[in-house]
Ligand binder design. Structure first.
Ligand SMILES: [Ca+2]
Length: 206
């Protein structure tokens, strides 16, 4: 008889506990212990998502009209850093580059083309690896057929080189010019102690 009474009491207590649990839902998760904690709802996600703030637009390189006539040009410079010979600016390899002598601005890199062409754009490329930090180079372009009397075809201007968003390259366009010599005159480089060019492409109309 006593066992039945004890069993009944246990059943009643269990039922009461269940009622208390379900009738007071705000107690289930417990109180927020700290007023500084902000509870936010997680976004519904059923597949991998990328936050728009971290999305980098795919770079679409600019390729000027015509043909690059700089590949076989003879490259010279008024100065250079150790090992950064001018020829590295048009050897078709973006991992090699010309760099001027440290702090000896302006650095003048001249390409003697194989003939006389009607040119309209110069593309300057640096190594595309992300390890190259974004930088701004101040460049002026001169061109002509007389190496002693080259004329400015693109005024001195700042150009951004960004391997993440811009392919670490820039295109400098100017009016059609008859030229067998092209000079890049570097005035400043925020990412190094002198002007740099891994590849210089000169575009001539066909
Ligand atoms: Ca090169």
């Amino acid at each position: 008889m006593k066992k039945k009474i004890v069993l009944c009491v246990l059943v009643i207590l269990a039922v009461l506990s269940a009622c208390i649990y379900f009738l007071i839902p705000e107690k289930k998760g417990g109180d927020i212990p700290d007023e500084n904690i902000k509870v936010v709802a997680a976004a519904e996600q059923t597949e991998p998502m990328e936050h728009p703030a971290f999305k980098i637009e795919e770079f679409d390189p600019v390729i000027p009209d015509g043909t690059n006539v700089a590949l076989n040009a003879k490259a010279t410079a008024n100065n250079m850093g150790p090992g950064f010979v001018p020829r590295k600016s048009n050897d078709d390899n973006r991992n090699t580059y010309y760099e001027g002598a440290p702090g000896e601005y302006p650095n003048e890199l001249t390409l003697k083309l194989e003939g006389e062409y009607t040119i309209h754009a110069v593309k300057v490329l640096l190594c595309p690896d992300a390890v190259w930090a974004k930088r701004v180079q101040t460049i002026e372009i001169l061109a002509g057929t007389d190496p002693e009397n080259l004329e400015v075809v693109a005024e001195k201007k700042e150009y951004e080189f960004d391997p993440i968003k811009g392919g670490n390259e820039t295109v400098i366009e100017f009016d059609n010019t008859e030229a067998s010599y092209v000079m890049l005159r570097f005035y400043d480089n925020t990412g190094a102690v002198a002007g740099q060019a891994a590849e210089v492409q000169v575009y001539a109309l066909d």
